[in-house]
Design a protein around this ligand. Structure first.
Ligand SMILES: [Zn+2]
Length: 85
């Protein structure tokens, strides 16, 4: 009789762990999905929207040619490279 009860207990314990495992796997999949979605959102957030060339205001004009630049540094670099002499 006691052996039978022990067997039943063992069976129910095994069944409990079996279902717990299924639940944990399901939760793990959900967490994995959440992480995936978060990563995608993060990537989208981090992608800096590059402005179009025509949208940038360029007050720094090169005195040697018609090119204009948004910053003095950019113009300086251009002159150094293109008009070195
Ligand atoms: Zn120039």
């Amino acid at each position: 009789m006691t052996a039978q009860i022990q067997q039943k207990k063992f069976y129910f314990e095994a069944l409990k762990f079996y279902y717990l495992n299924i639940i944990l796997h399901y939760q793990l999949d959900q967490v994995k999905n959440d992480i995936k979605n978060m990563k995608i959102k993060c990537e989208e957030f981090n992608k800096k929207k590059r402005r179009k060339n025509s949208e940038i205001i360029k007050p720094h004009a090169c005195q040697h040619c018609q090119k204009t630049y948004a910053t003095y540094a950019a113009k300086y670099k251009h002159i150094k490279i293109k008009h070195r002499e």
